[in-house]
Ligand binder design. Structure first.
Ligand SMILES: *[C@@H]1O[C@H](CO)[C@@H](O)[C@H](O)[C@H]1NC(C)=O
Ligand SMILES: *[C@@H]1O[C@H](CO)[C@@H](O)[C@H](O)[C@H]1NC(C)=O
Ligand SMILES: *[C@@H]1O[C@H](CO)[C@@H](O)[C@H](O)[C@H]1NC(C)=O
Ligand SMILES: *[C@@H]1O[C@H](CO)[C@@H](O)[C@H](O)[C@H]1NC(C)=O
Length: 256
């Protein structure tokens, strides 16, 4: 009972807060093959008008939009950083509006602190500010294993696992339950996809051991590990294709 009561009070406090101050919603997202997009959406307090929107990169102002001078929208392209900035009002007198910053990645990126500051009109010039740390990280893609070489006599295979991400994914191999180091691994920045392509190869004698090999991608950043779906190689026999076929045969048999 007490808990329910507390919740109601908290919700009430929030509603009061929102109804008497302006609001900024600042978000970042990763756009594949492009880079980051930072969105700053604002809602002014009732009856206020937009005086200006200022954007800061690591505390340094680099953009200002003033409807009084610039009209209902302003766009600017920053060649050195390859940033495209577009701000516009989405309702009368800028009561609501949005700035979109598209950051194309021309080289491996670094984190930056992005700030959006929205100011209302005179006499109060009510200012609302929000910052976000735009993080240079993209979750790794699911692992993909290909057979690089296979000696059908000895049953020795060389498997190649790939994954892409930012920072460069680490590819972890296990054979059976045993973690094993790769024989070779490498990674390179891909200028098209704006992420790192990583690959890692192991050789083992599948015929001897008969054990499946699993490759799991992980990115490590600021003490956080982000894994992706692993891929598994279970030898020339008992591979995924064969298992699916068995399942299909069983399903058909069940129908008959
Ligand atoms: C980002 O910049 C703002 C304004 O300069 C500052 O108040 C804030 O502490 C900074 N945040 C981080 C995470 O550096
Ligand atoms: C917008 O306003 C700024 C000053 O705040 C001015 O330098 C700039 O030329 C204006 N741009 C447009 C497109 O009106
Ligand atoms: C693994 O695949 C990557 C990407 O396709 C390739 O560049 C690399 O040479 C391959 N490595 C081996 C050992 O086959
Ligand atoms: C970059 O990634 C794309 C898509 O995965 C791939 O087709 C291309 O070969 C890669 N470029 C380089 C230089 O590896």
């Amino acid at each position: 009972m007490m808990i329910v009561f507390k919740k109601v009070v908290v919700i009430l406090l929030f509603s009061i807060e929102f109804s008497c101050s302006s609001m900024i919603d600042l978000t970042q997202k990763w756009i594949p093959n492009a880079g980051w997009e930072v969105n700053c959406l604002w809602t002014l307090v009732e009856n206020d008008e937009l005086q200006s929107v200022r954007l800061y990169n690591n505390g340094q102002q680099f953009f200002i939009y003033r409807p009084e001078i610039n009209g209902t929208s302003k766009s600017e392209y920053y060649r050195t950083r390859a940033w495209d900035v577009r701000c516009r009002e989405t309702s009368e007198k800028g009561a609501t509006g949005a700035c979109v910053v598209s950051a194309e990645l021309i080289k491996p990126p670094q984190d930056f602190n992005f700030t959006c500051e929205v100011s209302g009109e005179r006499p109060t010039f009510r200012i609302e500010t929000k910052s976000i740390l735009v993080s240079a990280s993209v979750p790794p893609s699911d692992a993909h294993i290909s057979v690089a070489t296979m000696d059908s006599e000895s049953g020795r295979v060389t498997l190649n696992c790939t994954s892409s991400g930012l920072p460069s994914p680490t590819l972890i191999w296990t054979i059976g339950a045993q973690r094993v180091p790769p024989d070779f691994s490498s990674s390179a920045w891909n200028y098209t996809t704006k992420v790192y392509d990583a690959w890692s190869a192991v050789s083992y004698s599948w015929a001897d051991a008969g054990l499946p090999a699993t490759c799991t991608p992980e990115t490590h950043r600021r003490g956080r590990t982000t894994p992706a779906a692993p891929a598994q190689y279970s030898g020339a026999r008992g591979g995924a294709g064969e298992r699916d076929l068995v399942a299909l045969v069983l399903a058909v048999a069940a129908l008959l």
